[in-house]
Design a protein around this ligand. Structure first.
Ligand SMILES: [Zn+2]
Length: 141
């Protein structure tokens, strides 16, 4: 199995080098092809960036939903997690500590977008969404 993986990696590396070499050859002899290949490379990079951005937003929505069930509400008498357990004894609350700051930063930025009437990535059940978002467009879950 390990050998098969090594062979596959070697074949992929060879194929990528071959593809790159062919593209470079075309670019040298034809400036139109060179421009087209560069534009295609930019388009592909943009598509990869967009996919990564969508995935990061999806993960933030998942984390936001988990945090909704495991945070200390402002009106809580002490450090009691919303799930009813002391915050320092709730493993989910503690796990979220590592990402909470970035999660809330993302939420603040998305709230700004929402309030400006721009497309945003907040979950549809976010309490602020019905106050500002009156569009019909469907947001990914
Ligand atoms: Zn909890």
């Amino acid at each position: 199995m390990a050998r098969l993986k090594t062979d596959l990696t070697t074949a992929r590396t060879f194929a990528a080098a071959l593809e790159s070499s062919v593209k470079d050859g075309f670019k040298l002899h034809n400036p139109v092809v060179a421009t087209w290949l560069d534009e295609e490379a930019i388009k592909e990079a943009d598509q990869r960036t967009e996919k990564a951005r969508n995935y990061i937003n999806h993960l933030h929505r998942v984390l936001w939903r988990v945090d909704e069930q495991h945070h200390v509400p402002e009106d809580a008498p002490e450090d009691v997690c919303r799930c009813g357990v002391a915050a320092d004894e709730c493993p989910t609350f503690r796990a979220l500590d590592q990402v909470r700051e970035k999660l809330y930063k993302w939420e603040r930025e998305e709230l700004e977008r929402l309030k400006k009437g721009w497309q945003h990535n907040l979950p549809k059940e976010h309490p602020e969404v019905p106050k500002y978002d009156h569009s019909d467009w469907r947001r990914p879950a």
